[in-house]
Design a protein around this ligand. Structure first.
Ligand SMILES: [Zn+2]
Length: 336
């Protein structure tokens, strides 16, 4: 039996080829052993943690398009004519020739450049929620080359999600949003690392979850969760890009801890809850894209972030307005 292995990005340079046929590998572990035999230790260094045969957390391996992290790792069995794709770690200090080409149209943006692109490659963004806002924001973060994205959602895809949650398709109904999203995102850009977590964010786990993130993007649909993210980001000094939508109307604001008001300063009390709120898909499409743009600006240092300003988009009369938000000296979250 023969397996086709496809190499991406750095691995192409390391092995000098785009793909390789391997015979006799019964599972992913034995396939990797054979690759290391063929391409020597320089490949082993990229694949495994130093001095071990443990796969690096930054290496992504897909078997027939399915990430093996979802399929129980290295003992994943292989059969004749399977296709295994291997994507390299992204922590590297340089942009590969593939990446320079892929991102060439944004690298030429004044102020962004290769330096900004490298910052994106080294960045870690946490997208909380994979619904109407999290779908477009994670897509635009991934296509821009953010090197490490953590996405989280505890829910399954429902038919009523499909009018706005564009990462999930008809064939995903009933599947977990985390699994549905990671597949699409890695198919869009295999050069980045995407961690997906099938989890609810709680006051107990939130600190650990967002630890190490450079930016947190609000893709939630309720205020208790947004307030929890806001508070945790303020306390951990992590920039937080808030977004919310209803019907044709959306809002967003960037919270830079220590440099401006927080979400609780802007909206001290939770607006009245609705069991089901109306929403047209294009509204979170607009706001989610803008949230991705804010995250990219924060990472690259390009432009001026939406700090101390709440942006209100109204699709009904197609207006963008903003109002100033002052820091509340008695804010329970961000005052000293
Ligand atoms: Zn505040």
């Amino acid at each position: 039996m023969a397996i086709t292995v496809k190499f991406f990005a750095n691995f192409r340079e390391l092995t000098g080829r785009e793909q390789e046929r391997i015979e006799g590998a019964k599972n992913v572990a034995s396939l990797l052993d054979e690759l290391v035999r063929r391409f020597e230790e320089r490949l082993a260094e990229q694949l495994y943690s130093p001095g071990t045969r443990k796969l690096r957390g930054t290496v992504n391996i897909l078997v027939n398009g399915k990430p093996i992290r979802l399929l129980q790792e290295l003992n994943t069995p292989l059969k004749d004519e399977d296709v295994v794709a291997i994507f390299p770690p992204v922590a590297g200090g340089k942009l590969t020739s593939d990446e320079l080409k892929r991102y060439s149209r944004q690298i030429i943006i004044p102020g962004l450049g290769k330096r900004g692109q490298l910052k994106l490659k080294r960045a870690h963004v946490f997208v909380a929620g994979l619904g109407g806002l999290g779908s477009p924001s994670s897509i635009y973060l991934v296509v821009a080359g953010v090197g490490h994205l953590t996405i989280i959602d505890a829910q399954q895809v429902d038919l009523t999600n499909l009018n706005r949650q564009v990462l999930h398709w008809e064939l995903d109904v009933g599947r977990s949003k985390a699994e549905s999203a990671v597949k699409k995102l890695l198919a869009i850009n295999p050069n980045v690392k995407v961690d997906s977590q099938l989890k609810r964010i709680t006051p107990k786990n939130v600190n650990k979850l967002i630890k190490g993130a450079d930016v947190v993007v609000d893709g939630m649909d309720n205020y208790p969760m947004r307030y929890l993210l806001n508070e945790t980001c303020v306390h951990n000094h992590i920039p937080f890009v808030h977004g919310a939508v209803e019907g044709f109307v959306g809002q967003m604001m960037t919270i830079l801890p220590g440099e401006g008001p927080c979400l609780k300063c802007a909206i001290p009390k939770e607006p009245p809850k609705k069991p089901v709120f109306p929403v047209l898909g294009a509204t979170p499409g607009v706001i989610g894209c803008l949230q991705a743009m804010e995250a990219i600006k924060l990472i690259t240092g390009v432009g001026e972030p939406l700090v101390g300003r709440m942006l209100i988009f109204n699709g009904r009369n197609m207006t963008f307005n903003e109002f100033r938000v002052e820091q509340n000296p008695n804010c329970p979250v961000c005052s000293k």
